[in-house]
Ligand binder design. Structure first.
Ligand code: NOJ
Ligand code: MG
Length: 543
């Protein structure tokens, strides 16, 4: 299979995306909530990580009932975060530092505060009425069908005044836009043009696989294996199989149109939020003639158990299927909807996971703070703010607050996130006095500098970016070995998922090439073929 050389790769293929949750990055005006000026101030730090792009979770005007994923004006900045001028300054500074800027585009639903929805509420024949999804009550006067909201309860709310229900896949204050209406599509495409004209390089597209619903509005079948939903952790939503509210053919159609708008501008991109199994995920890349998203987010490192054999199997299948589809792969370990990966895999495995993320073939997306090893922060009930968590007080694991806490910059009160004495919107981690950027900056063995060592290796060894991927049989269930090869350059990545030492050997028929250790997660430089120690990640250059 031919691989493009790194020289011909686009920035979103060769680079790393760094996700910022703006409320928690850096506060400059002393309200305990991060802002755009804070992000701009910290851009040199981000550039120092060796990443290529920043993606900002939503910064648009919003009543913040879902912390910005409820947009009241798609073309303005919420005053909490600053102004359009602050945003322009951010883009300018990012570009000066060689960083791309990506925004979070939320097309599936607006806030109920949006002028469009306020108009739609006025009457059944208001020109904006059809911009949302309305249904008459069922014959018994109840909800039109059994569809559920991700955050619990029905996906329908009654508008008393008109006697009709409107659809919302999330909160009742997040009404779904009606993507079947061409005027809606045009209005939402103009939003993309507005930001691209301002210099925005790309978009992360919120719940892109939910845009359309089946027109027949039939009940969804019951799911025997109800578990926890991937966004917000609700069990209730997963009691249905979402065959009518997710992954519809029309959605593919709308994404193709969306892509044409992105392609009106040079070198822009979009990455789609899509929680689907591999066979349904890859089609979102589209085809050369009818491209869709540049990257369909691959969340499987989050969804799979932390198990070398299972992850190897997935990586093999995904790599092969991506090649076959002509799609560029990508990998994610954490985001603002998922618990911190260091907590999930355990501190001992943290660097194994980080190494995996940054050396597999495909674009990595990194969640702020993961580079210094931030963990879930337990949130006392009285401080919980995530609506998904508040709806299920009995299930403390469900909320998303623990992974959204303020960035830990230094050991001063409030960790340098905001001034001393300010109440931060979510509590800071207890460990910020030791786990922070300043403390790790000058420690060559810190998590932060391990992250930088990995990004530096990607720069000096382009095989880690554009090289082929091939996994090898290690002979041990806990050891995942793979090779990245580009021209004469071959790197071996050896990951020990277990707590025992294993000789670094290969099964008969596969050859271990002589090599030189470039990096070990255990802060030393063992011989390339030395046994792989407990929890060790090692990168070897074969010659
Ligand atoms: C997905 C986002 O990642 C999540 O944070 C949000 O609550 C939902 N979409 C609704 O917009
Ligand atoms: Mg929808």
């Amino acid at each position: 299979m031919t691989q493009p050389l790194t020289g011909s790769l686009k920035w979103w293929q060769s680079g790393i995306i760094y996700q910022i949750y703006p409320r928690s990055f850096q506060d400059t005006d002393g309200d305990g909530i991060g802002d755009l000026r804070g992000i701009t101030r910290r851009l040199p730090y981000i550039a120092s990580l060796g990443v290529q792009a920043v993606w900002l979770s939503p910064i648009f005007k919003s009543p913040m009932r879902d912390f910005g994923y409820d947009v009241a004006d798609y073309c303005d900045i919420d005053p909490l975060f600053g102004t359009l001028a602050d945003f322009d300054a951010l883009v300018q500074e990012a570009h000066r530092l060689g960083l791309k800027v990506m925004l979070d585009y939320v097309p599936n639903h607006s806030s109920s505060d949006h002028a469009w929805f306020q108009e739609a509420l006025k009457s059944r024949d208001n020109p904006r009425r059809d911009w949302y999804v309305w249904r008459d009550p069922a014959p018994d006067g109840g909800v039109p069908n059994n569809w559920k909201s991700f955050f619990g309860g029905p996906a329908w709310t009654l508008d008393q005044a008109s006697g009709q229900y409107y659809l919302h896949q999330f909160l009742p204050t997040q009404p779904d836009l009606n993507w079947r209406n061409p005027e809606v599509r045009q209005a939402m495409f103009d939003v993309l043009r507005f930001w691209m004209a301002r210099g925005v390089d790309g978009f992360r597209v919120d719940v892109i696989w939910l845009l359309a619903e089946d027109e027949r509005f039939l009940d969804e079948p019951l799911n025997e294996d109800a578990n926890r939903e991937v966004i917000g952790g609700q069990v209730e939503h997963s009691t249905l199989i979402h065959i009518y509210t997710q992954d519809q053919p029309e959605t593919h159609e709308y994404i193709r149109e969306m892509r044409q708008v992105i392609d009106e501008f040079d070198d822009r991109m979009m990455v789609g939020e899509i929680y689907l199994p591999l066979d349904k995920l890859l089609p979102y890349s589209g085809t050369p003639d009818a491209p869709m998203v540049h990257l369909p987010f691959n969340f499987h490192l989050i969804l799979l158990a932390w198990n070398a054999a299972q992850i190897r199997q997935f990586a093999d299948e995904y790599d092969a299927a991506s090649n076959q589809a002509g799609a560029w792969p990508n990998w994610v370990l954490g985001n603002h909807d998922q618990h911190r990966f260091k907590t999930r895999v355990g501190a001992a495995q943290y660097r194994v996971a980080q190494t995996l993320l940054l050396t597999l073939r495909g674009t990595p997306t990194v969640y702020y703070g993961d580079e210094i090893g931030m963990q879930n922060v337990p949130i006392p009930f009285g401080r919980m703010v995530d609506p998904a968590g508040l709806q299920q007080p009995d299930s403390p694991a469900a909320g998303r607050d623990p992974e959204r806490t303020p960035m830990q910059w230094d050991a001063t009160p409030n960790a340098g996130f905001t001034g001393a004495g300010v109440e931060t919107w979510l509590p800071l981690a207890d460990d910020f006095a030791s786990v922070n950027v300043e403390a790790q900056q000058n420690d060559p063995h810190s998590d932060l500098n391990y992250f930088r060592a990995l990004t530096k290796l990607r720069e000096t060894h382009p095989a880690l970016i554009g090289g082929t991927y091939e996994s090898l049989d290690s002979g041990h269930d806990d050891v995942f070995l793979f090779r990245r090869t580009l021209g004469p350059d071959t790197l071996l990545v050896a990951l020990n998922f277990g707590a025992e030492t294993h000789p670094l050997t290969l099964l008969p028929g596969q050859t271990m090439l002589p090599g030189q250790t470039l990096l070990s997660s255990l802060n030393d430089q063992p011989p390339a073929d030395a046994p792989l120690r407990a929890n060790e990640a090692r990168i070897v250059l074969n010659s």
